[in-house]
Design a protein. Sequence first.
Length: 338
Amino acid sequence: MAWLVWSPLVVNLVLGFLGPWIACTLPPGMAVRLVPIAMVVVAMGTGTVLTTLGFLSFAQVPEVARLGSWSAGRLGAEQPWPVAAEAMAGICAALLLAAGLHVTARMVRELVRAAGTARRLIPGPDGVVIVPDAVPDAYTLPALPGTPARVVVTTAMLRALDDEESRVLFAHEAAHISGRHHLFLQAAHLASAANPFLRPTARAVRFAVERAADEAAARRLGNRRLVARALARAALAKATALRAGDSGQGSTGTSSVSLSATGGQVAQRAAALLAPAPRPRRTIAVGLLALTTITLLGSSVAVDQLDDRLDQAELPAPALSSSPYGSSQPMASVLPGV
């Protein structure tokens, strides 16, 4: 089972290469939930393996060994890898952890700022906040404890769409709230910060989030072609206003944690809506769950092996045999010719 120690690193490569394809092939609602969870597990598993390797080199420093009450020489006697390689793994783990903490702090600041904006906005009777702005836009501000999520639509966007198309936009943004898409998107973003190899997968998750909201709007309204048309018209209206130099009154781009129906890849999303609804991909989902399970097992084995090596380094020295002369010497030293 020693091979399991390296499984998180192997799964990291697999998810890095195949993650975007998995996120785009699974049904959007399933991809939004499964892929970010797998990304977080793989990022943590990779960090665990790198940390255990780095700690083995760190533990052989004499001062550290004295603090840990183990023998640095005995710990290094069974060293399977060069100490320099293990030290480099530890440095990588520290850098990735620092990147993850930095992104977490920035994410918290942006969420708090978005929550403050949401508190100041007063929704209308239908729960939608309409703000005056020259740029057609619609987006969702995430909820925090004690702060409701808000669907925000600009007056310019309402002028650009008819009533049916406006309902599409409202349904799309409401799906972001009911599906808690912000949580999954931020989880994927955090995992990619702690593991840069997963960044393409994080971008695919963002596309899956918008696709999931598109499909939810299509199910609610029962008209996939209408949803595709509304998205195309909304994106065209926003792009035209931005090209004309309208900067609006600052309602657009309120926060990087906001989700917008015109957030990107609208042409691909409209084409997907004009095709039949996505079908379940259970084999891919089971494979993704298997990769996640293997990563968890590998992380556990890595920690167990580190603990075993430290325990072995703490073992007492081999017992000495009593010599017939009353002194405690190794038996070999009192035998003639030895």
